[in-house]
Design a protein around this ligand. Structure first.
Ligand code: NAP
Length: 250
């Protein structure tokens, strides 16, 4: 049976995997949630939009004769990852997650680690500060209970409706970001605190290095818990996994 992959995307790792899959001549489709206006170009066909929960994903897998699912979503896309585990179990289709290690604090970092976004909001419940809020467009409203701060918001797309903060600045940019530029950005806006998800990887790390160099605290939001699943951390290992499961007839 020829493999027919469904790649759950939205990350640089998914993009790298699509290039490898295309080069290997494997049949695949990459799926995006549709959160950004212009998803990055991928050399495999794509579909856009939710599946309709676990049941919708099971139906999609069956209707499209998917043989393998690769969850290459962002580590904070927990709902999609949970749905993928459940749907693949129901449809008896092998699943692998392409993941990246979380960042670890190193010498010079001043991290306030919190377990989730509500905890980050609670930590910000104090005197007005100038905050670089790097949590993505979908979570901005959760910070509305702390309107006393100035918020620097760097977003992939301009927000459809203005953020619910009296004092803010929106910067539309999808990177890549450099430490020097992020340090200058923080200095230009007089930032004295950064809020970040522990995304891991290199793409969003510049702000963490910049904060370290400027001696700024970072409220670092831990990753959500996910169910057990097979994980690899290198796109090439996904191909090895596909070949391994295909040969074994899993
Ligand atoms: P989420 O909360 O885990 O997912 C919510 C719902 O969005 C899912 O139940 C699913 O809808 C749909 N969805 C999510 N990812 C999808 C995908 N790749 N293809 C099709 N439908 C998808 O996800 P999220 O945190 O909003 O992230 C959405 C997308 O943005 C993901 O692809 C992720 O890789 C990317 N991303 C997220 C972050 C982040 O910080 N969360 C950062 C960078 C990129 P149905 O239940 O209807 O199937």
């Amino acid at each position: 049976m020829q493999p027919n992959l469904l790649i759950l995307g939205g990350t640089v790792e998914a993009t790298a995997l699509c290039k490898l899959v295309h080069a290997a001549g494997l049949q695949a489709i990459v799926s995006f949630a549709g959160r950004v206006d212009r998803p990055a170009l991928h050399p495999v066909p794509r579909r856009i939009g939710g599946f309709g929960g676990v049941d919708g994903l099971v139906t999609y897998l069956r209707d499209n004769a998917v043989t393998h699912v690769i969850d290459a979503t962002h580590p904070f896309a927990a709902q999609m990852s949970r749905n993928a585990v459940e749907a693949c179990a129901l449809a008896r289709i092998p699943l692998v997650a392409l993941t990246r290690a979380p960042w670890q604090a190193e010498s010079g970092d001043d991290w306030i680690r919190v377990r989730d976004i509500p905890s980050a909001v609670a930590v910000l419940n104090g005197q007005p500060k100038r905050v670089m809020l790097a949590v993505g467009r979908m979570h901005l409203d959760e910070f509305a209970p702390n309107p006393q701060h100035f918020y620097l918001l760097r977003l992939v797309d301009a927000p459809a409706i203005p953020p619910n903060f009296p004092d803010h600045h929106v910067l539309v940019s999808r990177g890549p970001f450099t430490t020097d530029n992020d340090r200058a950005l923080m200095q230009d806006h007089g930032i004295d605190l950064v809020v970040s998800k522990n995304a891991g990887g290199t793409g969003a790390y510049a702000k963490i290095e910049a904060a370290r160099q400027l001696g700024l605290p970072v409220i670092m939001i831990d990753r959500p818990d996910l169910p057990d699943r097979v994980e690899v951390n290198d796109p090439q290992k996904v191909l090895d996994w596909v070949h391994g499961t295909t040969e074994r007839g899993v």
